[in-house]
Design a protein around this ligand. Sequence first.
Ligand SMILES: *[C@@H]1O[C@H](CO)[C@@H](O)[C@H](O)[C@H]1NC(C)=O
Ligand SMILES: *[C@@H]1O[C@H](CO)[C@@H](O)[C@H](O)[C@H]1NC(C)=O
Ligand SMILES: *[C@@H]1O[C@H](CO)[C@@H](O)[C@H](O)[C@H]1NC(C)=O
Ligand SMILES: *[C@@H]1O[C@H](CO)[C@@H](O)[C@H](O)[C@H]1NC(C)=O
Length: 396
Amino acid sequence: MARRMGSLLVILVLLAAAPLVAGRSVPLPSASQQQAYKKPIQTQRPFNIAHRGASGEFPEETVEAYHRAIEVGADFIETDVSATKDGKLICFHDVTLDDTTDVVNYTKFADRKRTYEVERVNVTGFFTVDFTLEEIQSLRINQRFDTRDPSYNGKFGIITFDEFIQIALNADRVVGIYPECKNPVFMNQHVKWPEGKTFEDEFTETLLKHGYKGKYLSKDWQKQPLLIQSFAPTALKKISKLTDSPLVFLIDDVTVNTQDNNLTFAEITSNEYFKYLKSIGVVGLGPWKDTIAVPDAQNFIQTPTDFVARAHAHGLQVHPYTFRNENSRLKYNYHLDPYVEYSFWTNEIGVDGFFTDFPRTLHMYQEWTSPLNVTKAKSAAELISKIADLVDSYTN
Ligand SMILES: *[C@@H]1O[C@H](CO)[C@@H](O)[C@H](O)[C@H]1NC(C)=O
Ligand SMILES: *[C@@H]1O[C@H](CO)[C@@H](O)[C@H](O)[C@H]1NC(C)=O
Ligand SMILES: *[C@@H]1O[C@H](CO)[C@@H](O)[C@H](O)[C@H]1NC(C)=O
Ligand SMILES: *[C@@H]1O[C@H](CO)[C@@H](O)[C@H](O)[C@H]1NC(C)=O
């Protein structure tokens, strides 16, 4: 108890001194993320990556989903970047608007229905690339899954990539962004940008414009953490020539070839390919979790493959997708308990990050099982961060 009081006293004294350490007093709310002191991103335990925001709770990729993700402890907010007809970048997962918006309700858009080939399959619907940003912004988003609270359906709109970035930059602690360069082949086929620019150019320029740069864990990176993801190896290659920001290669099901250069699962998960990925600035892999712990017909996972061990041997992180709380999405090995699933992937498989629709559940699991260590601080900024951790641990 005495020790606790002692540390509290130290904290209070240091907190009083903190503005002086930072060199200024009251931070402006949104003016400059560089100036105000912010609690840094944690790097001690697997990353909590809020997949499309807190999308288990709010309709995906909305302001509300992202705010909630930040509020409940996500390290990164994740998004899919797609394009509109007029070349604007938006946060939207599908190529068509049909499944998660109210587009069918607008008679003025009834004639926009099209059939296009997307990744070697013909798809019919209302495509984002046939709507201007202004038209897209007039639509409202619905929950993707009927297992989720429908009371937010029809309430929120689609946001731009710029708006998404602003949400992260305006957070009261350092929150990373994890944008996906979505369907680049399709976007480049259907949208034309001035001066012959490509989707990858627009995507990367947006990140650079907002100050995102620097290799994984560099000073610049820690200030504005960024992981760039894509299923398309050629897009990652192009992006690697435009920025030194770290890349993550996403890997689909074993039956799906890559969308751009038609490589098989076996080809892209070989040791040779891991070496190649590493050489173009890829720091991690984002596989579908069922390709690592393959489920059987009875909904039990089988012995996990050596994928994670091989990736780690090549110095590549592994961030599998997607972790979801619903009973219908949990394998029976986990006793229908998402905590048991997180425990298995943390301790038995040893992954480095989780794409989760429920960042709150992952955060609570991690706080419960592996609270962040308060160690000897090396710098003033680090010291303040440790103090913030300590204060958190007293107030929570
Ligand atoms: C905290 O430190 C202990 C002892 O060094 C270590 O076992 C544990 O894994 C650390 N926790 C985290 C979240 O890094
Ligand atoms: C279309 O509008 C009706 C009436 O407001 C609403 O009940 C329905 O959910 C909307 N459809 C979609 C797909 O949002
Ligand atoms: C898509 O439809 C077009 C027109 O009917 C057809 O020519 C093409 O082969 C189809 N593509 C696929 C992948 O089925
Ligand atoms: C893609 O590769 C598969 C073999 O994995 C082959 O059967 C198919 O024809 C290829 N498709 C194209 C469009 O090259």
